[in-house]
Design a protein around this ligand. Structure first.
Ligand code: HEM
Ligand SMILES: *[C@@H]1O[C@H](CO)[C@@H](O)[C@H](O)[C@H]1NC(C)=O
Length: 332
């Protein structure tokens, strides 16, 4: 009886050791991974400061909120949410910001404003990667979108991913098959993708990304009632790169993150080819229709997908660093 008991205990202990060591690879006291309120001891005001700063900036420049949202996609979808997007070019490497896919990204200097406010309270504690993600969350809320609880504890990467960025970020005219595949590699399913593209309910698209649908002939798929407006905004087949010519993504409610985007694309008023395809492809159309009908459903799927996107392959624990300045890696 005692022997049997001993055997049982030993097996149990062995089992616990094995599972504890398996666990240790991903979660340990030194590296809890992403958690809610990661800075509760090291910088309890961090999330409030970011929220406050986003609100102040939004009052002065409404379009900052578009940038915070778009940053989430352009940072997190390229291998990791590690703020590599924010790095400036150096003599040795091109920044992600300067690639063609990053065209139109703006307001980076106001991200520095947020970082400086956080640094004043808690120097060297809060990563740029978390600031990027949390400002995105606050931007979404400022635009009338859902408030999404998000984990923190991301650390900052030390290298630009400019040279592989195109493998991750689809082009404006990418096929839906490729787009679905790229998002599914991040764990984002079809309704998740459809919801994320609802981000194109705010902001603008420059004519360079649109003229191929207008010249030499107008794409017959575009709603005739929208063509006049697009031609008026983009009068040149080859837009002057210095002139800031663009069309608002959602003419109806351009400043609000809402499901009007889905009604627009079903009405053939999508600007980018990917927007248009979202409403016509058999795989995505059912979700487009559902989101066009229900803002609640859109918000639910959007929140879920933003959560997955912002948890894409983060650096945690002692990986990476806490950048002192978001636009440059720390010097050693
Ligand atoms: C297939 C995927 C996507 C493609 C091809 C794409 C492409 C584009 C393009 C070409 C623009 C216009 C930029 C300009 O001319 O200034 C744009 C704007 C924007 N995109 Fe996307 N996008 C995609 C997905 C996303 C996702 C997933 C998000 C957010 C999570 C997002 C957020 C935004 C926002 C907020 C803007 C407006 C930016 C502003 O006005 O400053 N996009 N996108
Ligand atoms: C997409 O548009 C770009 C120009 O922005 C063009 O160079 C490229 O060939 C197009 N790709 C497809 C698949 O049509």
């Amino acid at each position: 009886m005692a022997a049997k008991h001993l055997f049982f205990s030993l097996t149990l202990i062995a089992f616990l050791c094995v599972s504890a060591s398996a666990e240790a690879e991903t979660v340990s006291p030194q590296d809890p991974g992403l958690v809610f309120n990661f800075y509760k001891d090291s910088c309890p005001q961090a999330e409030d400061i970011i929220r406050e700063q986003v609100k102040l900036l939004y009052k002065r420049h409404k379009n900052t909120a578009f940038s915070w949202l778009r940053n989430i996609f352009h940072d997190c979808a390229v291998e990791s949410c590690d703020a590599s997007l924010l790095l400036d070019s150096t003599r040795r490497s091109l920044s992600e910001k300067e690639t063609d896919r990053s065209f139109g990204l703006r307001n980076f200097r106001y991200l520095d404003t947020i970082k400086e406010a956080v640094e004043r309270e808690c120097p060297g504690v809060v990563s740029c990667a978390d600031i990027l993600v949390l400002s995105g969350r606050e931007g979404i809320a400022a635009l009338g979108g859902p408030y999404i609880p998000l984990k923190t504890g991301r650390r900052d990467g030390r290298k630009s991913r400019a040279e592989i960025l195109e493998q991750y970020l689809p082009d404006h005219n990418e096929s839906m098959t490729v787009v679905l595949e790229r998002f599914s590699k991040m764990g984002i399913d079809t309704p998740g993708l459809v919801a994320l593209l609802g981000s194109h309910s705010v902001g603008r698209t420059h004519c360079v990304k649109l003229v191929h649908r207008l010249y030499p002939e107008v794409d017959p798929a575009i709603n005739p009632s929208h063509i006049g407006h697009m031609l008026h905004k983009c009068p040149d087949p080859i837009p002057d790169p210095k002139a800031v010519q663009y069309v608002r993504n959602d003419r109806g409610t351009p400043m609000i993150l809402d499901n009007n985007y889905y009604r627009n694309i079903l009405d053939n008023k999508g600007l980018l080819l990917v927007d248009h395809q979202l409403a016509t492809d058999k795989r995505t159309k059912p979700y487009v229709k559902k989101m066009a009908k229900s803002q609640d459903y859109f918000f639910k799927e959007f929140s879920r997908a933003i959560t997955i996107l912002t948890e894409n392959n983060p650096l945690t624990g002692d990986k990476g660093e806490i950048r002192l300045q978001c636009s440059a890696v720390n010097r050693h």
